[in-house]
Design a protein around this ligand. Structure first.
Ligand code: PHE
Length: 338
């Protein structure tokens, strides 16, 4: 049988490991219950002489009341801990509810579309899987025209491809709509470009098309100017540079003055003071012909802008790939901007 000193030592080390009520009850049963180790001692005592009984009985009782006191204290401490644990600290700041938001590209797309809607443009869409006819031929790209090289596509076989721009939707809309009309067509486009800071194999464009009987470059310039001032800021200047697209004539690249240096020239704008935002021009008579319109009777202007590009320019993001990496610490910064 163990001596009282060992029992005391065992108890003192076991009480350190008591962390919950179950532990506490188990240790109570072991040391002070009816079947406790101390009870075993009382059983043993029957065989001893009266003097020995008195002496050892007193020691057992002392040990028992010591153990009981420690257990009482422990119970009290645990009750106290439980109370503080369940208490609500009303001074603590609340837990923030996580909420989702639109992706910055989609947000910018809606913003741009909103501006054109306020100018009376209707919103249309077109398919991402296109035919060679709509993506190129009806837009006045002959089969061997070098302008196709700039828009290398993903060919799906059987005459289908992923559209390289939103312009094919122009043709689809003209086929089913009588002029006059004003539409914008937002959507995804695909090109076989290697990914870098300003290229992605999937990107978004917003196409604009206005057809009526009297439309000039002046209408195009006025419309784009209103858009650019609302979207980029009233202090931005615009520049129309002659350019080439098979489906517009004349054609222009539209530049907006750099928002960082105010047009003086800095690293962001390649020291030119200007940033390219879209391609535009007057609808080519051949496009009207392929949609069944009479080029003698109607005129139109069209433009196509990159949404990623516009988002980069508006918010000063240096690399387009950041929009696709799904890094929440980057994306969350756009939650509240407009
Ligand atoms: N579709 C052209 C492009 O992706 C842009 C454009 C649209 C140019 C409409 C003129 C008119 O490069």
């Amino acid at each position: 049988m163990k001596d009282l000193g060992t029992i005391l030592n065992d108890f003192q080390s076991e009480i350190q490991d008591v962390h919950n009520e179950d532990d506490l009850n188990r240790i109570k049963g072991k040391y002070v219950g009816r079947k406790s180790v101390l009870n075993d001692f009382f059983q043993e005592m029957k065989t001893l002489s009266p003097d020995e009984k008195k002496d050892i009985g007193q020691k057992i009782n002392e040990l028992k009341s010591f153990i009981e006191k420690v257990l009482m204290d422990k119970t009290r401490v645990m009750e106290q801990e439980k109370k503080t644990k369940n208490r609500v600290d009303v001074t603590l700041p609340g837990k923030k509810q996580w909420s989702g938001s639109f992706h910055p590209i989609i947000m910018t797309m809606y913003h741009i579309v909103d501006i054109f809607q306020s100018l009376g443009f209707r919103v249309e869409t077109g398919p991402e899987i296109e035919t060679d006819y709509y993506n190129f031929e009806a837009l006045n790209f002959p089969p061997d025209h070098p302008a196709r090289d700039a828009q290398d596509s993903f060919f799906l076989g059987q005459g289908y491809l992923l559209r390289t721009h939103t312009s094919p939707a122009q043709v689809r809309i003209m086929e089913k709509t009588k002029p006059p009309f004003k539409v914008v067509i937002p959507g995804k486009c695909y090109r076989r470009d290697p990914m870098d800071a300003s290229h992605s194999l999937m990107f978004h464009q917003i196409e604009g098309l206005v057809v009526a009987n009297k439309i000039s470059m002046g209408d195009l310039k006025g419309t784009i100017e209103i858009f650019a001032h609302r979207f980029f800021g009233a202090d931005r200047r615009l520049r129309f540079r002659p350019s080439f697209f098979p489906f517009t004539e004349p054609s222009a690249e539209v530049d907006v003055s750099c928002g960082i240096c105010g047009g003086k020239g800095c690293r962001s704008c390649g020291h030119s003071g200007w940033l390219e935002v879209m391609g535009a021009g007057l609808v080519h008579p051949n496009v009207f012909r392929s949609t069944g319109y009479n080029p003698q009777e109607v005129r139109g202007f069209a433009f196509g802008m990159g949404v990623e590009r516009s988002t980069l320019l508006k918010f000063g993001v240096p690399d387009m790939r950041w929009f696709y990496e799904n890094d929440m610490s980057f994306l969350e910064q756009f939650k509240t901007v407009r």
